[in-house]
Design a protein around this ligand. Structure first.
Ligand code: ATP
Ligand code: LTN
Length: 334
């Protein structure tokens, strides 16, 4: 608890251009939760280097992501928006927690298996211990809730196991976090292959709508989205392409699938795809305008980076000192 508010932590990697999936599945929920909780939203650049990155590009993308957090509606006066690499406590706690995590647990992580298969030439130890760093992110701020997409549930379960194990040995040190999975948009699928999640690292750019795509590109991608040949307007798992477009439309407009089905039941897929395109444009256009404005104000963004890193460090150090004492590290002499 901070000032009688429960604590929320979440983060995103600056590994590519963000997609509509990232926005509807994560960022949008973050904004709606930000009044209720004391929030920490990190640009997890330390996680990003588990995959080889070009330094200049990583720096640029990390700043763009931080700017996007603000543009999406997270007020940096109320929410702590910061770079993970600016708070050394993440790495320090991660080391300690790695001594409380079993190889067998890490071996079971599906994200590790997926990423290792994808980057067979660089299966580094960081990629393997990635979930420990994620546990450190969350536990460092004593987070009560962690909004993530379904794909991150396994990492969150591991975080809870590590925290419970530590508490079992040393007493109540860590708050045990709960996942928060949004109701709509928890899994937006690729527009080209609705059996696959929309992902920023997808090789086919037509499968994903990027948050910075211009309106015509968005309309074109929606128009070309894969549907089916049944020609029936239903919200059904048997029609995954249409199901996904209905999810996107509902998430952008706030309508329910039932309302959408009755609104479009007489019309063809083409007309609906156009409406989806317009709904996405109407969400992304204002977002892009706010990003452009914020990018002009370099000193404002710099001050957010500086002030929030200090705030994050303050809370991180509180937990870290407690943990260091518990495991038996000697007090620093000041
Ligand atoms: P990558 O392609 O690099 O693995 P990604 O696009 O899957 O990346 P992450 O950086 O892993 O995105 O995820 C950031 C956040 O966005 C996480 O909370 C994740 O669950 C959520 N998210 C990612 N893709 C989707 C999606 N298609 N639908 C809903 N939520 C998503
Ligand atoms: N692993 C997450 C990103 C991430 C995260 C976190 C999410 C790193 N640390 C802490 C929530 C809480 C991902 O790949 N989406």
């Amino acid at each position: 608890m901070i000032d009688n508010k429960k604590v929320l932590f979440s983060g995103m990697q600056a590994t590519g251009n963000l997609t509509l999936g990232n926005y509807l599945g994560a960022l949008k929920n973050w904004v709606s939760l930000s009044d209720e909780y004391e929030c920490f939203y990190s640009v997890v650049d330390m996680h990003s280097i588990t995959i080889r990155q070009d330094p200049a590009t990583l720096r640029k993308r990390a700043r763009a992501l931080l700017t996007l957090y603000i543009a999406a509606g997270l007020d940096p006066e109320k929410n702590c928006i910061y770079y993970q690499s600016h708070v050394s406590g993440h790495a320090e706690l991660s080391w300690i927690l790695s001594c409380f995590t079993y190889m067998g647990e890490l071996n079971r992580m599906t994200q590790f298996k997926d990423k290792a298969a994808k980057h067979a030439d660089n299966i580094n130890a960081g990629l393997f211990t990635y979930p420990v760093l994620m546990a450190a992110d969350i536990l460092l701020y004593q987070a009560d809730v962690v909004p993530v997409g379904i794909d991150q549930m396994q990492h969150l379960e591991l975080t809870r196991d590590i925290a419970q194990r530590f508490n079992g040995i040393y007493g109540d040190v860590f708050t045990i976090p709960e996942a928060y999975i949004g109701k709509v948009g928890a899994k937006i699928m690729s527009l080209q292959d609705p059996s696959k999640k929309m992902s920023k690292s997808d090789e086919n750019p037509n499968g994903s709508i990027y948050l910075m795509d211009d309106p015509d590109t968005i309309r074109r991608k929606c128009k070309r989205a894969v549907t089916d040949s049944l020609g029936e307007f239903r919200y059904s798992d048997e029609q995954p392409g249409l199901h996904n477009l209905i999810d996107i439309y509902c998430s952008c407009t706030g309508k329910t699938p039932d309302e959408v089905v009755s609104e479009f039941s007489g019309s063809g897929y083409g007309q609906f795809k156009e409406a989806v395109g317009e709904a996405v444009v109407s969400i992304l256009d204002p977002l892009q305008k706010r990003v452009a404005e914020l990018e002009k104000d370099k000193s404002y963004i710099d001050s957010v980076i500086k002030n929030n890193a200090e705030k994050a460090n303050y809370y991180a150090q509180k937990t870290l000192r407690k943990v260091q004492k518990k495991v038996g590290f000697p007090e620093k002499i000041r």
